[in-house]
Structures are given as C-alpha cells and as structure tokens.
Design a protein around this ligand. Structure first.
Ligand SMILES: [Zn+2]
Length: 316
C-alpha cells in the first residue's frame, strides 16, 4: 500500500489539493471554492469525506497533511490575520486537521510551500540560496539560505509584497499605501493598465476591453503578440520589480529568483527586462550574478507539492 501526503494550497479564490507520494507523484487532485467554506472545521470535514473513498479505492495510506496558506504560520499552526481569506483573525489549522483526520499536520505560508516545491521537485533542486516569488493576486515570497527555508523569528519572513514601492501610492489590502504587490503582481499590472489606458494615444488591442475588465492574462496575451501598450506595461512593472530585487540581492546575495504565479506565464517578457533593471541597480560586484528564472512547476501547483514535501521532509 503506497503512502501519500495530502498537500493543500489555500488561496483567496480556490483551495487546491492533491495526494502526493514521497517521490512527488500526484495521485489525485481537485479543488474547492474558498468562499464556499465557512470554517476550517468544515474544510477538514469536506476534505475527509472526499478523500476517504479515494484512499480506499486506490489502496493508498494517508501518512500526513501539509498545508500552505497565506499567513500560515509554521511555528504556531495557525493562519494569522490573512487579508485575502474569509476566515478572520487567528484561525487554528493544525489541531483541527489532526483531530478530523487522525494524522499529523504541518502548516506554512503558501509562498514558503511554493519555495519548498521548487527545491524538491522544480528548478531550484541544486540551489542553496534562492527566493521564489509568486506573482498572483498579491506577491508571495519564500526563500532558502544555505539550503534551509527561512521562517524568521516570528514565522513572518519573506513578505516582499508589502515592502514599500511608493509611500503615497496605491492602497493595499494590508492597510498601508504603495506596497510592491499593488504594482508588480497580476493585480498590480492590471491596475497600471487601467490607469494608463485612459491617456494612451497609440493603438492597442487592450483598448477594446472595458478598463475594469483588463486582467494580467489579457495583458500577457497582448504582449506576446507585440502589442505596444502591453509591452510598455510589462516594462513599467519590470522596472519596479527589478529595483526591488536589486535591493533584495544587495541584502541577501542570492543565486536566483524564481518567478511563479499567473504573471510568470509571461516568461521572458517579464524576466528579461526585470533582470536588466535589477542589474542596472546593483553595485558592480553583484551585477550579472543573479539569475531570474520561471518556475518549473508553472502548469502544476508548486504549493501543493511543496506543502506535501515539507511534510515528507520535516515530519517523516
Ligand atoms: Zn501591503
């Protein structure tokens, strides 16, 4: 009977999950809508009702559970004040899952889980000092130093999305103004498009879309066809992101940044200008030493694999 870990990625829109073997094979995966889940108790019970017959049918043994969530705290086993999730305040995770499933559970934030996924199964397998940056609704960051995932003193390390890009800038869900994720995430580039399109004189296929309907996906598709406005938006976004990554490089001296999440589907349209702007903002001894690559798990959900891998490595 093969053993599996239930890897769960809790997101603002969907909760995705899979049954992952130690070798990284996904035996079953599905998702639920986050807004339909009223409590963690309900989430655990719904998942148990769905997974139990599959384990039986496929002759799999549930070994444990690994969960990645925004503001998931590895040290406390709680989701703490997640702005993009329906459950407010400090929410118990580990103790509820352990009671419902009867197996041990490990929690970390979603970006740390994605970083773990890249380290175990993705492009960072041979790297020791790197940062995975998930460019989606917001920006999530998980990073390894000397081969170890970094949690920080309070479990909060790696909140790159909320460093300041402009102290008087766009309002952020966290309550501050001008956070990086309001500019350089999938949401951020869409906000930039809505601001810019009003004053744009040239011709762009984005002009055919109502400004409030423009998404990172539209902008990426247009940029891939050479649309000048879409390319300009990627250039603006890359400049902001490249400046931020130059600061991180100066502080941490990493070997690579790995981009994941929706905006990373733009691949070289995003990575090449970002690298150029980053290098322009680095001191001579840092220049050209740091790679920017896209996730090797882009078509899959690296956080599901990462959450499961974290369990396999740390609880097994
Ligand atoms: Zn913020």
């Amino acid at each position: 009977m093969a053993s599996v870990v239930l890897g769960i990625d809790i997101g603002g829109t969907n909760i995705e999950y899979g049954l992952i073997t130690k070798e990284g094979e996904n035996m079953y995966s599905s998702f639920m809508k986050t807004e339909e889940i009223e409590s963690i108790q309900q989430l655990a019970e719904n998942l148990k009702a769905e997974i139990t017959p599959i384990l039986k049918k496929e002759k799999l043994k549930l070994h444990g559970i690994g969960i990645g969530s925004p503001k998931g705290n590895y040290l406390t086993g709680c989701i703490e004040f997640a702005v993009n999730l329906p459950w407010k305040g400090v929410v118990e995770i580990n103790s509820i899952f352990e009671e419902v499933f009867g197996v041990s559970t490990i929690l970390t934030n979603d970006a740390n889980a994605a970083a773990y996924g890249e380290k175990m199964y993705g492009v960072a397998q041979d790297m020791r000092n790197f940062m995975v940056i998930t460019l989606g609704t917001g920006i999530g960051t998980g990073f390894f130093m000397n081969g170890q995932l970094q949690h920080g003193q309070h479990g909060n390390a790696g909140e790159l999305g909320h460093i300041s890009n402009d102290p008087l800038g766009r309002e952020c869900n966290c309550g501050k103004l001008g956070c990086l994720e309001r500019y350089a995430s999938a949401t951020g580039i869409a906000l930039s498009a809505r601001e810019k399109i009003e004053f744009y004189k040239g011709s762009s296929q984005l002009s055919k879309i109502a400004p409030s309907e423009i998404t990172a996906k539209n902008i990426t598709a247009a940029a891939k066809k050479g649309d000048p406005l879409a390319l300009e938006l990627f250039d603006d976004t890359s400049r902001i992101l490249g400046n931020a990554l130059a600061n991180i490089t100066t502080l941490l001296d990493l070997e690579a940044f790995v981009f994941a999440g929706g905006l990373a589907n733009a691949k070289r349209i995003l990575t090449e200008p970002t690298k150029r702007y980053m290098d322009e903002n680095l001191m001579e001894d840092f220049k050209s030493k740091v790679q920017i690559v896209c996730s090797g798990l882009l078509s899959e959900n690296s956080a599901i694999f990462g959450a499961a891998a974290l369990y396999w490595n740390e609880k097994n």
